[in-house]
Design a protein around this ligand. Structure first.
Ligand code: NAD
Length: 260
């Protein structure tokens, strides 16, 4: 880490010490060091599937799209099922143990924040979870493994046993509304916090990317930790460029907080 980045980290550590109400906002970049690729990693599953094709409207409209979706999720499940939280997830959990964290607002569908030790009630999953399958008509939930096993056997995913509705992974796809209650809670937390820290998000997917702006406009300090530039860097109080794991580990050291 360069001297400049270290100085920025010291500034962030001071803000965390002063703060009473922190919101952490995460994207796919916090999970790449756990082996789950983000949208843009070369060679990752996203380079074999076009996210623009995997829309909610296509899913409900025709069986061929649904087959593509299931193929995508079969690979996703296979790739992500052994993934473990990394040092950045563990550092976010450590902030909660310090009693400073109001919420972790995540765009991720991998549940690694909960696996790292954040309380499920504090994790607001804006884009749902890949670890459940839901009936779009009656809301009945199915374990992902049941559907995964069907796909591995080369079988088609049938309709809901309860009502005959369409089954879909409990994620929010492009063109699908975010869970209203979760979004409202995320907006409330963003308006009320005094420090809003983004980790590993390109900040281009809306409405999630509106939340850092909401926090900033409501008076919070905005910090962006990311490998590359984001469109919101210009309004941030601090931009720290680099790998989430290394940065968050360095931060805990400065705060003299144990990661476990
Ligand atoms: P994104 O792929 O658009 O952006 C990820 C950002 O993280 C990039 O700017 C990249 O430079 C940065 N990054 C990657 N690895 C990093 C690291 N180790 N340290 C620091 N920065 C790193 O992801 P997004 O902003 O979350 O938005 C895209 C959508 O993709 C979201 O809706 C999300 O639901 C979905 N998604 C989720 C997962 C997951 O659950 N793990 C994985 C892929 C995509």
């Amino acid at each position: 880490m360069s001297k400049v980045e270290k100085e920025k980290l010291m500034q962030l550590a001071d803000w965390i010490k002063e703060s009473r109400n922190i919101v952490v906002f995460t994207g796919a970049g916090i999970s790449t060091e756990s082996g789950i690729p983000d949208f843009r990693s070369p060679g990752g599953i996203w380079s074999r599937f076009d996210p623009n094709e995997l829309t909610y409207q296509n899913f409900v409209a025709n069986p061929a799209s649904r087959r593509k979706f299931w193929e995508f999720y079969r690979e996703n499940w296979k790739e992500s099922s052994g993934a473990q939280p990394n040092s950045a997830h563990r550092a976010v959990a450590a902030l909660e143990r310090q009693g400073k964290l109001t919420a972790v607002i995540t765009q991720n569908i991998d549940r690694l924040h909960q696996a790292a030790g954040n309380s499920p009630a504090k994790v607001l999953e804006l884009h749902g979870t890949m670890w459940e399958v839901r009936c779009l008509s009656c809301n009945y939930y199915y374990p992902w493994k049941e559907i995964y096993n069907l796909l591995e056997e080369g079988k088609e995913v049938g309709n809901c046993h309860q009502c005959g509705g369409l089954l879909k992974p409990a994620t929010v796809s492009f063109g699908q509304s975010l869970p209203a209650e979760t979004l409202r809670e995320a907006q409330r937390c963003s308006m009320d916090c005094d420090l809003f820290i983004c980790i590993g998000s390109s900040l281009v997917v809306y409405p999630a990317a509106q939340l850092p702006e909401t926090a900033k406009n409501s008076g919070a300090k905005l910090v962006i930790i990311n490998r590359e530039r984001t469109p919101l860097d210009g309004i941030a109080d601090l931009n720290i460029r680099g790998e989430a794991g290394e940065i968050m580990t360095g931060l805990l050291e400065l705060l003299e907080v144990s990661p476990e």
